[in-house]
Design a protein around this ligand. Structure first.
Ligand code: SAM
Ligand code: TMP
Ligand code: ZN
Length: 406
């Protein structure tokens, strides 16, 4: 099937169909089950600008609404990551009089609260009301709105130019990338930078972490596709940095064309992508074949453990796990429930497969025999926190980059 590239308008060729899927963050109460929304989750790549993207777009208000249940501060690792990010900006781009920081998708204020505490002017855009209120409770200035061209123009008129526009795990969520770049153009200072970080296609392909593909993750960036997109809108990719968080990300730094000299890291990552033939049709077809292999291995492991009478739970009711459970048809018959620390998810049912979500305290009451680590990107933190599970004889099941018991 062919669709049109959201960035350049040329043909997008589909390479992976993950089937009928629910909204990944729509945790349901019992009486909502008959009203569940589904769409077709499939990914393609643009033959021209190479951008990897979903072929079907879910309307943004269905995903990002008052009760959006993802809280960025839910992990120690991510709190430390955003504290470090804020400190880095305070030492560099924001170390000047009257600096102004804007964050797109500031969520519960995990990054901006440090900027606010330092007394630096800032504004977060956050359309999801409940998480935005948490950010405000930390002293963060928030506009409960989507960032796009029109809202960016208003902020420029009211507050003046931004020294930095930052976004983590948000730009890849936004199909209207043209409006984002026009908004950045309207709001960014002449010498300012637009910095964003998102899951990296290179890591996804290498680790076969296809659970990074879900409704909210519309784009899967590479240095090459981001460089091409930036160029279309009068910008230039001037730096890239790989990050270990969320299973492997890249932080892209974009400046106005000619304003900053690109770092050697840009050419190095472009060369690496070219050598790996990342985003080439053959590589993506191979990735799709590997996805089917992971599904088959995971399902046969879970089925054989259940046939032997073992009890299996899940850990981390992640958005990513919606793709795994729905694509692999993992219902409560295989994984009885999922433990998660997010109060907004507890007592509800996971999207599509309706696994009950329980608080982490339920994990040891009693421990299951096996636990599928759906929050594999937080493995270190969770396995350390739950060390008693292993000590009691429990075993973790991981599926990235291969299905295994650990
Ligand atoms: N930056 C946080 C982090 O990295 O943990 C939050 C990431 S969360 C996955 C994505 C956030 O982007 C959500 O809180 C959502 O409401 C917000 N969002 C989605 N579209 C947006 C837009 N156009 N402008 C601003 N925020 C947006
Ligand atoms: P994420 O992978 O999208 O960041 O989502 C992580 C999910 O896992 C989120 O719902 C919170 C949950 N979680 C726990 O339940 N316990 C933990 O220790 C951590 C780090 C996350
Ligand atoms: Zn394109």
């Amino acid at each position: 099937m062919t669709t049109t590239c959201k960035v350049c308008g040329n043909d997008v060729t589909e390479f992976l169909d993950l089937g009928r899927q629910p909204l990944s963050d729509a945790f349901l109460t019992g009486d909502e089950l008959d009203r569940e929304f589904f769409y077709r989750l499939a990914v393609g790549h643009c033959r021209s600008c190479t951008m990897v993207q979903l072929v079907e777009e879910v309307p943004r208000e269905r995903m990002f609404h008052h009760d959006y249940p993802y809280y960025s501060s839910g992990s120690t690792t991510m709190r430390a990551h955003f504290e470090q990010t804020a400190q880095d900006f305070l030492r560099t781009e924001l170390a000047k009089p009257d600096a102004f920081a804007v964050e797109i998708g500031c969520n519960d204020g995990v990054m901006l609260k440090t900027i606010g505490k330092a007394g630096v002017r800032h504004l977060g855009f956050e359309p999801s009301g409940r998480v935005a209120d948490v950010a405000r409770s930390h002293g963060v200035q928030v506009r409960t709105d989507f960032f796009e061209e029109a809202t960016a123009v208003e902020v420029r008129a009211e507050h003046g130019p931004a020294s930095v526009i930052y976004a983590a795990n948000t730009i890849c969520h936004i199909p209207y990338l043209d409006s984002i770049f026009r908004g950045v153009d309207a709001l960014l200072a002449e010498d300012g930078v637009f910095v964003f970080e998102d899951p990296y296609l290179g890591d996804i392909v290498r680790k076969v972490s296809f659970d990074q593909i879900y409704d909210e993750h519309f784009f899967f960036f590479t240095a090459r596709s981001v460089q091409a997109a930036a160029k279309r809108f009068g910008f230039e990719l001037v730096d890239v940095r790989r990050l270990p968080v969320h299973g492997g990300e890249v932080r892209y730094t974009i400046a106005r064309a000619g304003a900053r000299r690109p770092s050697a890291a840009v050419d190095a990552l472009l060369a690496e992508e070219s050598a790996a033939q990342l985003a080439e049709a053959a590589t993506l077809r191979e990735f799709a074949a590997n996805v089917a292999g992971i599904r088959d291995d995971l399902v046969s492991l879970l089925r054989s453990l259940r046939a032997e009478g073992h009890r299996i739970a899940g850990y981390g009711a992640t958005a990513k796990s919606a793709t795994i459970t729905n694509f692999c048809d993992i219902g409560p018959d295989l994984v009885s429930y999922v433990c998660d620390s997010t109060p907004a998810k507890q007592g509800r049912l996971t999207p599509g497969k309706h696994l009950p979500v329980k608080p982490p305290e339920a994990f040891s009451d009693p421990y299951p025999d096996y636990a599928v680590l759906f929050a594999w990107n937080h493995a270190e933190e969770i396995i350390a926190k739950e060390h008693r599970f292993r000590e009691a004889g429990g075993r973790w099941i991981l599926y990235v980059p291969t299905v295994r018991i650990a």
